[in-house]
Design a protein around this ligand. Structure first.
Ligand code: FUB
Length: 457
């Protein structure tokens, strides 16, 4: 009996390691998740905590984007916007929590510049390039640029768009149809301040002993079944996630309580993003686990959940395994970008004009896993686009995990340089059905090679 128990525990531990899915991005530090579904794909906009923290504070210059069609494999689109896109702003560090929305084929990315208010960028594609349509900030207004962070945008059924934001106050404007200006005939030159009552946002005792509402920052506004939801970081610092609901977007809001409590591996900030995709509901947040507990180096995580029958949101437990099941399989017979990753160890991604995004910083024994790969009736050949400046490097192709069954190995060889891309191929043990696939990188020293895309035949 005891033996059975021990082997079950070992089995579970094995499964746990293999399917570790949170945080969902391991190649950069990402925070402040903002999911958006467009044309069957879920795009995830994030902030980007730099690898090197300056002056023990948030060090954030860029906004990044990732996408998925299965909720387990995430394709890295790199930096899609940066503080440099706002020529009028002198701020060089402060690319805080954004949100993107589509309207009439244009994508509007609302970007808070910490210390310089909320700005907007526009693009014809969800992954950019984004440009600044205004040449000045969008929100002119609360006379306190610290308040003007964390925009969340929402288009109601009647077509009226709203932009909410703020820490520790909560404000909103009614955006005009162009999405880059707002109705200035209401409130304070267009800006409405939400009444911060305890009925609306609950109450808690701050660190200074004063009572206040739990609302802190990071609002996320949406509507479901005629009920308006406002989810936010609460009772900071450390922050929990709480939410309020209302019968109308203007309120009155009613406090509904915490939905993610503090946990040791969560950072001192947290930030919600909620979305439905392919019939499931997902809750995005961030933790500091990947950096080993550094609050200025956070990483986005996701949990699947179900609303309670009365529409309330259940308590979210931050897990290691995250999303257990993919919502669709990956077709390995189409070109797959190497930066499509379910889990990786040791890798980074880079972007250049010629190649786009590729996987780099590859050292001996680093690996990447792609999940739910559907080989169907069988793959016999593996092809990959790689660039290397020496011989003696290879990719082991294994099933499931770095120690899984070896089905082939690709000799990378010297292609003439780390930007000289060549398509290499190797034969495989025949593999059929659906598997997770693990590419394990082998070679003697340093940065072994770069990896752009792969495909099975
Ligand atoms: O990431 C910088 C700030 O930390 C965000 O704007 C807040 O929501 C908090 O996550």
């Amino acid at each position: 009996m005891l033996l059975k128990k021990i082997s079950i525990t070992i089995l579970l531990m094995g499964a746990y390691c293999v399917h570790a899915q949170n945080p969902i991005i391991q190649t950069s530090f990402t925070a402040d998740p903002a999911p958006m579904v467009h044309d069957g794909t879920l795009y995830l906009y994030t902030t980007n905590d730099e690898d090197e923290t300056v002056d023990n504070f948030f060090t954030m210059y860029n906004w990044r984007c990732y996408s998925t069609t299965d909720m387990v494999n995430w394709t890295d689109h790199g930096v899609v916007a940066s503080l440099k896109d706002f020529e009028w702003s002198d701020i060089t560090n402060g690319a805080w929590a954004p949100q993107c929305i589509e309207r009439k084929g244009k994508f509007y990315l609302y970007c808070p510049i910490h210390g310089d208010g909320v700005a907007v960028l526009v693009s014809d594609s969800p992954t950019g390039p984004f440009t600044d349509p205004l040449g000045h900030r969008l929100i002119e207004g609360t006379n306190n640029v610290w308040h003007d962070i964390d925009p969340t945008v929402f288009i109601d059924d009647d077509g009226q768009a709203y932009l909410f934001w703020g820490n520790p106050g909560l404000y909103y404007v009614k955006l005009n149809e162009d999405m880059i200006s707002y109705d200035r005939s209401i409130g304070n030159n267009g800006i409405m301040a939400v009444e911060m009552t305890t009925e609306a946002f609950g109450s808690h005792e701050g660190r200074d002993g004063r009572m206040r509402t739990t609302y802190t920052e990071g609002p996320w506004v949406y509507k479901r079944n005629d009920l308006y939801y406002l989810v936010y970081a609460a009772a900071g610092i450390p922050e929990y996630i709480a939410y309020s609901t209302a019968p109308a977007i203007e309120g009155p809001w009613t406090y509904q309580g915490f939905i993610m409590e503090r946990a040791p591996h969560l950072a001192f900030t947290n930030h919600p993003g909620i979305i439905d995709y392919k019939g499931n509901s997902y809750f995005f947040y961030h933790s500091h686990e990947l950096s080993g507990g550094e609050g200025f180096k956070r990483s986005v995580c996701v949990e699947q959940f179900e609303y309670n029958p009365d529409g309330s949101i259940p308590l979210m437990i931050p897990t290691k395994h995250g999303v257990a099941e993919s919502v669709s399989n990956l077709n390995p017979y189409n070109r797959v970008e190497a930066e499509t990753i379910a889990w990786s160890e040791g890798l980074k991604t880079k972007k250049d004009d010629e190649t786009g995004i590729y996987v780099t910083n590859i050292n001996n024994d680093d690996y990447l896993i792609v999940r739910s790969v559907d080989f169907n009736n069988g793959a016999k050949v593996f092809e990959a686009s790689v660039a290397s400046d020496s011989d003696g490097r290879e990719i082991e192709i294994r099933l499931n995990n770095p120690d899984g069954e070896l089905i082939g190995h690709l000799t990378v060889g010297n292609t003439g340089g780390s930007k000289s891309w060549e398509m290499k191929s190797c034969e495989l043990k025949k593999v059929t059905g659906v598997h997770d696939v693990c590419f394990v990188f082998k070679g003697q020293e340093g940065n072994l090679f770069n990896f752009d895309w792969w495909r099975f035949q």
